[in-house]
Design a binder for this molecule. Structure first.
Ligand code: GRF
Length: 222
């Protein structure tokens, strides 16, 4: 009896944790990508970044991937690959064993069939509080200009699932911050960047954990 208990207590327990794997798509500096890489390394996200794809060869996001030993691909869209562009991205993501996609400043709109293929498995960070200041034309500086023109006293960032409606999928996380009287599009962009990292890390960790369910436009945490 005691031997049996001792055996159970001392026996090494072998278990395999199967990490979910995400591909991160980024067009620029990649500070959001870096926040994810750091959070994975710190154990705050129980998942892996299996691939980084950029549509710009010179994107610093690719350097960040290289520095962290993450496979990376530069895939500029050209006249020759226009038709097959997103099929190429889909194949690269699946070949890398990634089931999830994080858009971290990826400056291309995904076609409907691509979104449908990865339904509820793609998340995007947007530098405003959706559903305001989102949709076609609301990207980068344009978002912050629109916020200032509107007179809104609060702005922030949103991480949401990607649906066929631009910036319209179920919202996972939002963080707000005040608009100050002396704000410019640049100061707003800079301050929002800081909270984006926090929101994206939270959303990516929720995505990897699977501890949520989607009800209509709502993401309910379990
Ligand atoms: C972020 O502001 C994000 O909201 C937008 O693109 C920017 C990417 O920033 N979609 P970074 O390359 O992650 O620094």
């Amino acid at each position: 009896m005691f031997d049996a208990i001792r055996k159970i207590l001392l026996e090494p327990v072998y278990f395999t944790v199967i990490m979910k794997r995400m591909a991160v798509l980024a067009s620029g500096n990649g500070t959001n990508l870096q926040a994810i890489i750091d959070a994975v390394a710190a154990g705050k996200i129980l998942g892996e970044v299996g691939l980084v794809i950029s549509d710009r060869k010179s994107a610093y996001a690719l350097v960040r991937a290289e520095q962290s030993g993450i496979p990376r691909i530069a895939m500029p869209r050209t006249r020759e690959n226009r038709e097959s562009y997103f099929t190429g991205i889909k194949d690269a993501i699946e070949s890398a064993g990634c089931d999830f996609i994080v858009l971290a400043g990826f400056m291309k709109i995904l076609p409907d069939d691509f979104v449908e293929h990865f339904r509820n498995r793609i998340i995007n960070i947007h530098p405003a509080l959706l559903p305001s200041f989102g949709g076609r034309g609301y990207y980068g500086r344009h978002v912050h200009e629109a916020v200032l023109e509107s007179g809104a006293r609060i702005t922030g960032c949103t991480v949401h699932f990607v649906s066929s409606e631009v910036d319209g999928g179920p919202i996972i996380e939002q963080i707000s911050m005040p608009v100050m009287d002396n704000d410019t599009p640049d100061t707003l962009a800079e301050r929002i960047h800081g909270i984006e990292h926090e929101a994206l890390v939270f959303a990516a960790s929720l995505l990897m954990s699977g501890n949520y369910r989607i009800e209509g436009r709502r993401v309910i945490r379990l």
